[in-house]
Ligand binder design. Structure first.
Ligand code: EPZ
Length: 429
């Protein structure tokens, strides 16, 4: 298995272009199932999860063409399969998003239960409850969700918890339902808004995306469209934290800075000097060590859970003591054990990490456990006094487009080494 070797001690300087958002691209690609006309999607990031999604859509019968600029044309006019197999769903939980479109357009769907993952049990009860409220008959057989409906009926759905893919799944299904659907306590994430924008281009009648109440007037069919997915706010935030923890000077381009407000507030509290334009953010630390901050994750527009690990890492080398409280997922602190092995001073109190910063971390062999935790370990390697070797980096490849190239562009010393080459590589370092 490949590993990443990160050598510390460099201040990051320079700028990087932010790629398209994974969590916008996945639902938009899957929305192609809602129509028999081609959907053209641009600004697709080069990620393993995109490959998995294309494989899943291909298995359902969607014709996919991809060009050199990573734009994809998805044509679902020939779909005859309605089953998302366990082998694919277990590698990418977002596969659950095919349930709504298949049910809405074909009246049937069989999707493997995604199962839990490192950060939590990740139930999908809210998705299922919503489809049943719309008149679908849903059973769980042999680890598969089996759903069928002659035609979904519009209705009012109050989500018990704010769920990003739950909102997206039900919103997509509602576009072809009979009548009007109102989703209350809907997720407000920018990726939900981007999906709604794409669906509207396909002819869907959607109002209120981005607020906690989304109203969808169902119609008989959707058309094709051309859509460019938004930039990845979490990727942008990750590179800004990389600049902050190395005392550097980093500019992220091609990202809507308004999508990161809660993160920018915390970076300023940490002592960063920020210049924010509509599509770029420039962070300057000018060799300063960051100040510890207190963070509490919650649904958008509050501080994003996908930036939590990165801020635990920032606090681990900051001046003072900071707290990080995770309220979205029940088990999203695996990176703490790995950071402690690098010398971080972290005390866990329930769902709050209390972190007292140290001057430097110690390089060590560490293991990535989930997508954002693995990014945090790469950042930790940037400020460690020896090499950090990160194992299980397939997690990173799921959500970060060319992370070692982009970090190297900023001056980091980082390289990917095939597992069996590692001994030789370390010997010469
Ligand atoms: C989306 O996951 C993102 N994934 C996650 O990003 C992100 O961390 C998460 O939203 C929160 O922002 C994609 O968009 C593909 P939820 P999702 O449903 O939709 C509970 C990354 O790093 N819940 O908003 O699966 C759930 O257990 C990934 O890119 C239920 O109880 O998250 C959690 O505690 C990680 N029942 C909370 O709600 C349900 O039916 C929020 O989960 C659904 C969710």
């Amino acid at each position: 298995m490949d590993k990443l070797i990160v050598s510390g001690g460099r201040r990051l300087q320079g700028e990087v272009r932010i790629s398209g958002a994974k969590n916008a691209a996945l639902p938009v690609l899957i929305a192609s199932l809602l129509t028999d006309k081609p959907l053209q999607i641009g600004n697709i990031p080069h990620l393993h999860d995109i490959t998995t999604t294309m494989e899943l859509l291909g298995q359902l019968g969607v014709h996919l063409q991809i060009d050199e600029k990573m734009a994809i044309e998805a044509d679902a006019s020939d779909v005859q399969q309605y089953r998302a197999p366990y082998e694919l769903v277990k590698t990418m939980r977002a596969s659950i998003l095919v349930l709504g479109p298949l049910l809405a357009r074909f009246g049937r769907a069989e999707v493997s239960m995604p199962g839990g993952c490192a950060i939590g049990s990740r139930p999908v009860n809210l998705h299922i409850k919503g489809f049943e409220a719309m008149g679908a008959e849903v059973t769980i057989e042999g680890g598969y969700i089996k759903a069928k409906a002659d035609r979904l009926r519009g209705t009012r759905i109050v989500m018990d918890m704010i769920s990003v893919t739950g909102t997206e799944n039900l919103m997509m299904a509602a576009t072809l339902a009979q009548g009007t659907t109102v989703i209350e306590n809907a997720a407000r994430e920018p990726e939900v808004v981007d999906l709604a924008r794409c669906l509207a281009r396909m002819g869907a009648q959607i109002d209120g995306a981005g607020t906690d109440t989304i109203t969808i007037d169902g119609i008989d069919s959707l058309g094709g469209a051309t859509h460019e997915v938004i930039a990845d706010r979490i990727e942008a935030g990750t590179y800004l934290v990389a600049g902050a923890v190395t005392g550097g000077n980093v500019k992220v381009r091609n990202v809507d800075s308004h999508l990161l407000d809660a993160v920018l507030v915390k970076l300023e509290e940490a002592g960063a000097d920020l210049t924010v334009n509509d599509s770029s953010i420039h962070l300057r630390m000018d060799d300063r060590r960051p100040l510890a901050v207190n963070v509490r994750t919650a649904p958008f527009p509050a501080f994003p859970t996908d930036m939590q690990a990165q801020f635990v890492m920032l606090n681990s080398i900051a001046e003072g003591t900071g707290t990080v409280t995770e309220t979205v997922f029940e088990n999203r602190f695996m990176h703490v054990h790995e950071l402690q092995r690098m010398g971080a001073n972290v005390e866990m109190r329930g769902n709050t990490a209390v972190i007292t910063g140290v001057e430097k971390l110690r390089g060590a062999p560490v293991m990535a456990t989930d997508l954002r935790a693995s990014a945090c370990l790469a950042l930790a390697g940037l400020v460690a006094d020896a090499d950090t070797v990160i194992d299980r980096i397939y997690h990173i490849d799921r959500g970060y487009d060319c992370i070692e190239e982009k970090l190297a562009q900023l001056g980091a010393r980082i390289r990917r080494v095939p597992g069996h080459m590692l001994e030789k590589q370390l010997a010469v370092m």
